[in-house]
Design a protein around this ligand. Sequence first.
Ligand code: SF4
Ligand code: MG
Length: 327
Amino acid sequence: NLVMHFPITKGVLFQKKVGAVQAVDNISFDIYRGETLGLVGESGCGKSTAGRAILQLYKPTSGQVIFEGRDLTKLPPEEMRRMRRHLQIIFQDPYASLNPRMTVENIIGEPLLVHGIVKDKKELREQVQELLQLVGLNPYFANRYPHEFSGGQRQRIGIARALALRPSFIVADEPVSALDVSIQAQIVNLMEDLQDKFKLTYLFIAHDLSVVRHISDRVAVMYLGKIVEIADRDSLYKDPLHPYTKALLSAVPIPDPKVEKKRERIILTGDVPSPINPPSGCRFHTRCPFVMDICREKEPPLTDQGGGHSVACWLYPLKEEPQQKQP
Ligand code: SF4
Ligand code: MG
């Protein structure tokens, strides 16, 4: 039940809360060890905010984030600091996320120093060189500055920095969106290799459904701060249930039309409504071609339709609780 609302205030001396941006509104899902969960949706749907709230880079308004049995939202700061080793992030923009005045060695080595992993300069250099090799960069690049690298190389540096502390869980926030298409595949392949090698778990955030299809085991779709559908990759792409997911997929070419049935085409009209005053009931009702009366009044709960394929939409039955067997 993770909630992340950003208050909107008015007044200078006496700030009065006048509303809230409901960026993430009561979302619940699991991420299993070793898997990649893709998180997709249009920009502004709350996916990056969700990723940051999970990592406690934003303090969630309410809800829990359970990591290996412990609620991160309740950890004292010192314990959370130690926990950070296991939870890392790769940012979207390799141009903006690397300090231009720091050498690659300092950028990648900083977390190692902060967490006291290395004891001297020599050890730092060795570890940085090893990390550079891991991400496919020449270890002798350690003395160079970010501007001396291409976009793809910079993202490799960002990945090396995220890996420095040997984390187990990484939020990748649109890690390839800023890169040329020709480079995107290389970075995605690198991330997959590293996942195998270090048994990493990824939350892979993206708006590009083709990239997500390639890398994810399961996929969650977000709309206006809500999760509207979650399923394993194949069932989401072959048999999308939510009208919003269908609309998103309408825009993506089908890899093999012989194997995959032709999708119903849904063209979305109108803009995404504001997360300050989201629509009542189902938040998608202002754009949904199948809207019914109930959609405007009641929010549809995320309901498992079988095999872990869940959807939040009144077009689908709410599964009844399994009947208790009489003894
Ligand atoms: Fe459309 Fe209603 Fe389903 Fe929302 S609940 S997606 S408005 S049919
Ligand atoms: Mg984003």
